[in-house]
Design a protein. Structure first.
Length: 195
C-alpha cells in the first residue's frame, strides 16, 4: 500500500495494481459452451515451463503462453489474441471489486484468531491458563460441539472479495491503477478485478 494526496489536500491510502497487458486466449460462446465469456491471460511464461496441453491451447489462440488465466463475462466485441490494457477498461472514479487470496497466518489460537480475552478479560478463557479457549461444549446433552464454534485453527489463506473500491488514478503507460484502500493478499500476489 501507499498513499496519495487528493485535490482537497487529504492523504488517501491506496493500493497500486498492475492491470495488464492482458491477452484474450479463448472466447466462449452460447452455441458451443452455453454461455458467453472471455478467457484472459496475464504475464507471459516461457515455452520451457509450459506443458503440452497448455501449449496446444495457446497455439490454437495464436498467442504466447501465459502464467495466469481468468474468465470474465463481457458485453462488447472481443477478438482472439486481442491485447487489453488498463486504459481500455478503467477510468478514474469508477468502482471495482477486487478478489484475491488473503495472507496465510498458519494454525492460530483463539486469542489471535477470534480475539478472545484470556484471563484478563473474563468473557472467554480459563481462570488458570492465559490463552486457552475455555468451555466449548456440554457433557450429556448435546454430547457434541456445535458447528461454527470459535476454536483454534487455520487462519488466512481464504478467497476474499473487497467490494466497491474507487479507482483513484490510471497510469496507462505502465498499465497501473491506483485503488482507494487495501486489497487481499501479500505484495506481488495475483488478484482479479471486476468492474
Amino acid at each position: 500500500m501507499t498513499s496519495v494526496f487528493g485535490a482537497d489536500g487529504k492523504n488517501i491510502p491506496c493500493t497500486v495494481i498492475e492491470a495488464g497487458p492482458c491477452v484474450v486466449t479463448q472466447l466462449k460462446t452460447v452455441e458451443k459452451d452455453g454461455y458467453k465469456a472471455a478467457q484472459v491471460g496475464f504475464m507471459h511464461k516461457s515455452e520451457k515451463h509450459t506443458n503440452k496441453a497448455e501449449a496446444g491451447h495457446f497455439k490454437a489462440a495464436g498467442v504466447e503462453p501465459m502464467r495466469h488465466l481468468a474468465e470474465f463475462e463481457f458485453d462488447g466485441e472481443l477478438t482472439l489474441g486481442q491485447t487489453i490494457t488498463a486504459a481500455d477498461l478503467f477510468e478514474e472514479g469508477m468502482y471495482v471489486d477486487v478478489i484475491g487470496t488473503s495472507k496465510g497466518h498458519g494454525f492460530q489460537g483463539v486469542v489471535k484468531r477470534h480475539g478472545f480475552g484470556g484471563v484478563g478479560q473474563s468473557t472467554h478463557g480459563q481462570d488458570d491458563r492465559l490463552r486457552a479457549p475455555g468451555s466449548v461444549g456440554a457433557c450429556a446433552y448435546p454430547s457434541r460441539i456445535f458447528p461454527g464454534t470459535r476454536m483454534a485453527g487455520q487462519m488466512g489463506g481464504d478467497r476474499v472479495t473487497v467490494q466497491n473500491l474507487v479507482v483513484l488514478k490510471v497510469i496507462p503507460e505502465y498499465n497501473l491503477i491506483m485503488v482507494k484502500g487495501s486489497v487481499p493478499g501479500a505484495k506481488n500476489s495475483i488478484v482479479v478485478i471486476n468492474k
